[in-house]
Write a protein that binds this ligand. Structure first.
Ligand SMILES: NC(=O)c1ccc[n+]([C@@H]2O[C@H](COP(=O)([O-])OP(=O)(O)OC[C@H]3O[C@@H](n4cnc5c(N)ncnc54)[C@H](OP(=O)(O)O)[C@@H]3O)[C@@H](O)[C@H]2O)c1
Length: 397
């Protein structure tokens, strides 16, 4: 989210930042010269025309998101001007649509289009992602200080989608698996994690990282509209490296205990970590499968139901229940976040970390705000074929 304080800071950091001031104070945008096709975005004064999908009050995306047109000055000092390549629409982005004027979106891949004289580590054509979440990525162009950006090394082996979706979901999965469980290195391939929302971006990342690190995964998905579709989804996750995939119905059924016993060799292979992004009965059922002294990490609440835990799990099994929020973690551990991103991108280059299925929303200079807002609204429904992703196709030179 692009908070008011961030915008103020951006405005203060550059007296020339027409972008921040135009959003904050509705100042008159400088004159710009357009090409006949309306796509030209740089004027004779060096201003870049930009559009951002902003919101200024709580509400449904379709009601509160609007397309804000503004101008970005030529970069000064250590500033860098960027052009959007790809930015996803994550559930967390939709949850955040609240508060004062802000640009939506928390991650995305941007291309450097120009740099200020004081910029040391970036040059035109580089691909970058934002160091922190909350800076607003649903915008065609941006002006940020180079200190706020991570340069993508060796971009040749990568796509904008891979770069634009790496910093939230894969990092979340990676840190939850690494930081909440002391995996026994002597038992590689004999320990398990269980997770719900297994077909989500985070879930798919957890499956693939588990496969890489020798951790078996027991994955829960929601039943699809037909048995064939459910089987296809199960197979899709198995192809990614899932050890076992079950439906929520199976998880909540009386026979699940026996099913778990069977796949974990009568419990000799312990389930040591549960990743929960659903809540409600589903989360309780995950917790019940855990071996003593294990952890359950809650990082989402898709069912909007609270997590209810039988006291016995706390008393007799000494289970620990934690929460994880990647934005907060990343702000506290910026270097570790960068290293985690590099690790995932390395796996991606090596073909060992597959792209998420996407529902591509093309955003060109003339795309209307309501069309973009509707596509964000559309991400709220279940059983989607892929994650909504904005891909900016408008011109900028
Ligand atoms: N805490 C953090 O730092 C952090 C970071 C990243 C993501 N998250 C959270 O992680 C979750 C997944 O995010 P994502 O970006 O990976 O998601 P995504 O790829 O957009 O997928 C959404 C997932 O939520 C499931 N879902 C939707 N409504 C549901 C319901 N009512 N009950 C059960 N499952 C439901 C979907 O299952 P169907 O296919 O069956 O609809 C799908 O698996 C979200 O809750 C998000 O807020 C948290």
């Amino acid at each position: 989210m692009f908070s008011r304080s961030t915008l103020k800071a951006a405005a203060q950091s550059s007296r020339h930042s027409a972008f921040a001031s135009s959003i904050l104070f509705s100042g008159k945008a400088p004159r710009v010269s357009l090409l006949p096709d309306g796509r030209r975005s740089i004027s004779m004064y060096g201003y870049t025309q930009a559009k951002a999908l902003v919101y200024s009050k709580y509400g449904e995306p379709k009601d509160v998101l609007r397309l804000h047109k503004h101008s970005i000055s030529a970069p000064h000092g250590t500033q860098v001007n960027l052009r959007l390549l790809t930015a996803p629409m994550n559930p967390a982005d939709v949850n955040q649509i609240q508060g004062p004027a802000a640009v939506g979106g928390n991650e995305g891949a941007f291309e450097v289009i120009s740099t200020g004289a004081g910029v040391k580590n970036l040059s035109k054509g580089d691909w970058v992602i934002m160091k922190r979440t909350g800076q607003g990525t649903w915008r065609t162009h941006a002006q940020l200080d180079e200190s706020q950006l991570i340069r993508i090394e060796d971009k040749e082996g990568l796509t904008p989608l891979q770069v634009g979706t790496v910093s939230v979901n894969p990092v979340t999965a990676y840190r939850m698996i690494r930081d909440f469980c002391q995996w026994d290195m002597m038992r590689t391939g004999e320990e398990w994690l269980i997770q719900n929302g297994a077909n989500s971006g985070v879930g798919r990342a957890a499956i693939q990282l588990g496969r890489e690190w020798g951790i078996k995964t027991l994955n829960v998905i929601r039943q699809r509209n037909s048995p064939e579709e459910t089987d296809a989804m199960k197979q899709e996750l198995k192809d990614l490296g899932a050890t076992a995939v079950v439906t929520e119905e199976e998880l909540l059924s009386g026979g699940f205990r026996d099913m778990v016993k069977e796949i974990t060799r009568q419990g000799r292979e312990p389930i040591r970590l549960a990743l929960n992004c659903v809540g409600g009965k589903n989360a309780t059922a995950l917790a019940k499968t855990l071996a003593p002294d294990s952890h359950m990490v809650t990082y989402g609440a898709m069912s909007k139901q609270p997590v209810a835990l039988p006291s016995g799990l706390l008393i007799f099994k000494n289970l620990a229940f934690d929460g994880f929020w990647v934005s907060r973690w990343g702000d506290k551990n910026p270097q570790l976040k960068e290293n985690t991103i590099k690790d995932v991108l390395q796996l991606t280059r090596a073909g060992r970390f597959k792209d998420i299925p996407v529902d591509d929303v093309k955003w060109n200079w003339n795309t209307e705000g309501p069309v973009l807002a509707e596509s964000v609204q559309g991400t709220l429904g279940g059983f989607r074929s892929g994650k909504g992703v904005f891909t900016f196709t408008g011109g900028d030179e």
